[in-house]
Write a protein that binds this ligand. Structure first.
Ligand SMILES: C[S@@+](CC[C@H](N)C(=O)[O-])C[C@H]1O[C@@H](n2cnc3c(N)ncnc32)[C@H](O)[C@@H]1O
Length: 307
């Protein structure tokens, strides 16, 4: 990872000042009145200000416990047992291949530039795609050190030159406004402790006409999923409330000036792809165009939005 180059794109997560990288102390420091310092740990830039508290602490502990093989086996349905667990939780395993395809289909529809993958988790669904997108520079970010450590193993194994790993909090991203031509948020909104602030930040760092896409667990589609994830999952910290319904999530995008939305739902998992259309629309503006497809129509990745 080129720390000097990364530093030129950063804003201090504590005070918003510009940042510099100091190689002798393996740290990023800000230029603000109070010097905030962030260290490089385990090969990623650790840009979280302060310790995890409240809901974030619970979520972080939950992912630290499962990070690695256990997490990856389950989410990819690696064995018959894992597939049974996925079926039980989501009522289907059909969305798994779509998760592997998502980054590729979104990235191909982006202008050259920087692309944010948050939360990258262990990189199981996305890390394999980075090297196939030579026009993009990826910032792969997550809050959990342990999840990031596994993502690092993958990046290292493939020796990619276009990836930088960053530990950050989606609620206060250390990046300048409009820095990314694409932002992918896969399976994060069920876990982010403050989804409203997360949406604000993802939209802030996205360039005008940039592409925002991802997958999100939406409430109200399947009773068993809502019970297991919304209640039991929340109790162990993997999921945090509020969990949006499809309508609430889409309204959240539209109110932030995200438009040309294409969605595809596979039971409780909604894939979406959209573009940032400048300033948020005034209250009386017509609703954004939303093209919806259901799981029966076409098993491929999401079609491009905005053409
Ligand atoms: C269900 S995992 C999804 C990871 C990956 N996208 C995938 O699909 O395998 C949710 C991730 O959100 C991360 N996360 C939770 N709170 C976060 C925050 N405030 N900022 C950034 N990432 C966060 C967790 O550490 C975890 O890796």
């Amino acid at each position: 990872m080129n720390h000097e180059r990364l530093a030129t794109m950063l804003r201090c997560p504590a005070c918003g000042a510009e940042m510099r990288y100091k190689p002798r102390v393996f740290s990023y420091c800000c230029d603000g009145r109070v010097l905030h310092t962030f260290r490089v740990k385990d090969q990623f830039a650790d840009l979280v200000h302060g310790d995890a508290e409240g809901r974030q602490k619970k979520v972080d502990r939950a992912f630290d416990r499962v990070a690695g093989r256990l997490y990856e086996k389950t989410v990819t349905g690696a064995t018959a047992f894992d597939r049974m667990v996925v079926e039980l939780m989501w009522g289907t395993t059909k969305f798994i291949p779509l998760l592997f395809e998502l980054l590729g289909s979104v990235a191909e529809d982006c202008e050259p530039g920087y692309f944010l993958d948050i939360p990258v988790g262990t990189g199981i669904f996305t890390a394999g795609e980075y090297s196939l997108q030579p026009n993009l520079e990826f910032i792969a970010a997550d809050y959990s050190r342990k999840m990031l450590a596994h993502a690092y193993e993958k990046v290292l194994a493939e020796d990619y030159g276009n990836v930088m790993l960053v530990r950050t909090d989606v609620r206060s991203l250390p990046f300048a406004d409009g820095m990314f031509t694409g932002v992918l948020t896969m399976n994060g909104f069920g876990s982010f402790p403050d989804p409203e602030r997360a949406l604000d930040e993802l939209v802030r760092v996205l360039k005008k006409e940039g592409k925002l896409a991802g997958s999100v667990y939406v409430r109200g589609e399947r009773l068993a999923t809502d019970f297991m994830l919304g209640r039991l999952g929340a109790a162990v910290g993997m999921f945090t409330r509020p969990i949006y319904t499809e309508e609430e999530f889409l309204a959240g995008l539209e109110s932030r000036g995200i438009n040309k939305i294409v969605t595809r739902k596979v039971r409780s998992i909604m894939f979406f792809s959209a573009r940032k259309c400048g300033a948020a629309p005034p209250a009386a503006a017509p609703a954004a165009e939303v093209v919806k497809e259901d799981e029966g129509q076409d098993p491929g990745a999401l079609p491009p939005s905005g053409e």
